[in-house]
Design a protein around this ligand. Sequence first.
Ligand SMILES: N[C@@H](CCC[C@H](N)C(=O)O)C(=O)O
Length: 259
Amino acid sequence: MTIDFYKYQGTGNDFVMIDDRAETFPVQDQALVAHLCHRRFGIGADGLILLRNDPDYDFRMIYFNADGAEGSMCGNGGRCIVRFAHDLGVFDRRTRFIAVDGAHEAEVTPDVVALKMNTVSGMTVQPHYIFLNTGSPHVVKFTEDLESLDVVAEGRPIRYSEPFAPGGTNVNYVQVLDEQHLFVRTYERGVEDETYSCGTGVTAAALAVHRQYGLSSPIAIRTLGGDLRVAFTPQQDGSFRDISLIGPAHRVFGGQVSY
Ligand SMILES: N[C@@H](CCC[C@H](N)C(=O)O)C(=O)O
């Protein structure tokens, strides 16, 4: 059997992208997804995304982490599938699609994809971290020297720690560079490694930094794979609305893989 695929990346968070409007991909086959994402035995990616039809939206996004399990929302993956749908001619400039956490709107320009994220509420502020869900669960920790931090060694024990069991959490380390800029590195659940960038992670970082240090929207964020922007509107009740994740998303290559 063969599968036609494309590879997309958004600030270095990379995804196998499959046009599955015919619904032929075996979604229950976790071992196949993990194999396709494997960087030695497969195509290599942080995740795999299916684009399917939906009666009420331009398309449906189904996202799997590199370990083969269906994941919660992926912000960079959301931006990449919007670029993919645009490349396929599914829409012109603005789109509305459905993902695991609900409906999303997005807009494409040649340079960036701006993805609207769902309203975020319920931030937990602890002495040593902030926890919030931006479509996926995220711990945010502040540090002063992010360049030299061992994100895998520090993040993995937190990912599996008791307060976040049984599902676990992603773990983001944040350095505030100035009043408008952050540097963020993320240990990603389901990849079980540091990735070059995490969209729901930088969104969590921006909202947490607003809460903790009062930085205002929009916030520019440097990741290992490039630059993102997060815009948001804080509400009186502590929630955040009109959240946009903005940055580049591009096709890298396409091909056919046998399995
Ligand atoms: N890379 C993603 C995050 C994907 C979700 C995460 N791995 C999880 O399952 O919690 C992003 O860009 O948001």
